[in-house]
Design a protein. Structure first.
Length: 90
């Protein structure tokens, strides 16, 4: 699941005009790394919601900028598994 989410997220960020050529799991999402601003994180969240059914609340999106890409993927993977198991999406 993590590999699928990684590929999807990298592709989505590329389509959003972010340079992800050097992104690793240790790269921060925010200013010290990918430099996703709040609107970029919100757009990525919407793309993940459309694809996987996960919902990231607005207050969670603000905190996402402080995560590394790997931590973000791990968080989303848990949410996807909950959705697939019929649990809560958020």
């Amino acid at each position: 699941m993590i590999d699928e989410l990684r590929a999807f997220s990298l592709n989505a960020m590329t389509m959003m005009n972010y340079d992800v050529s050097d992104v690793t799991d240790d790269t921060p999402l925010g200013p010290a790394g990918i430099d996703l601003e709040s609107l970029g994180i919100a757009e990525l969240g919407l793309r993940l919601q459309d694809q996987y059914g996960v919902v990231l609340a607005d207050e969670e999106l603000e905190k996402m900028a402080y995560l590394t890409f790997g931590d973000f993927l791990a968080d989303v993977a848990v949410r996807v598994e909950l959705v697939r198991a019929g649990g809560q999406a958020a």
